[in-house]
Design a protein around this ligand. Structure first.
Ligand code: ZN
Length: 148
């Protein structure tokens, strides 16, 4: 099944998150405050501790884990769409320690920001709505225009 949407940029925001903020909550708050329900996010910086998740395809549930040490945000990529009627941020990140060892996964609440410089690109186009997907157990984008 392929879902395709044609979107275009309606502007880019750049900014910095406060020390100690929850990375996922703070980025989500920026999107909601700016009225962005379709877009993409990237960021770099550092965290004091991280809480990530891995989705178990077998158990069909997220397995959360904490990396309780200072880490660099080597990469953060995410998208903004709509879930339960509100802007929803889905982001993955790669973190690195003092020896360059990396940790990665699905960004979860509980990741404490040390410093974060972000970029949010607001997009215009048909809304992307998340809804339960039977095949995967995930809340995936649904909509007209899908091809089986
Ligand atoms: Zn994810």
């Amino acid at each position: 099944m392929v879902l395709v949407r044609n979107v275009s940029s309606r502007g880019i925001l750049m900014g910095r998150l406060p020390y100690g903020s929850d990375l996922l909550e703070a980025l989500t708050a920026v999107c909601r405050r700016e009225g962005i329900s379709l877009g993409r996010v990237e960021a770099l910086g550092a965290v004091q501790r991280a809480r990530l998740a891995f989705y178990s395809q077998e158990a069909r549930e997220y397995r959360f884990f904490v990396v309780n040490q200072p880490l660099e945000i080597a990469a953060l990529h995410g998208n903004i769409s709509t879930k339960d009627g509100a802007p929803f941020l889905h982001a993955h990140l790669v973190l690195s320690d003092g020896r360059g060892k990396t940790y990665g996964g699905h960004l979860a609440e509980g990741t404490e920001t040390f410093a974060c410089e972000y970029l949010v690109e607001a997009l215009s186009g048909p809304a992307l709505l998340r809804a339960p997907d039977e095949q995967t157990g995930l809340a995936l984008w649904q909509g007209e225009g899908e091809e089986a």
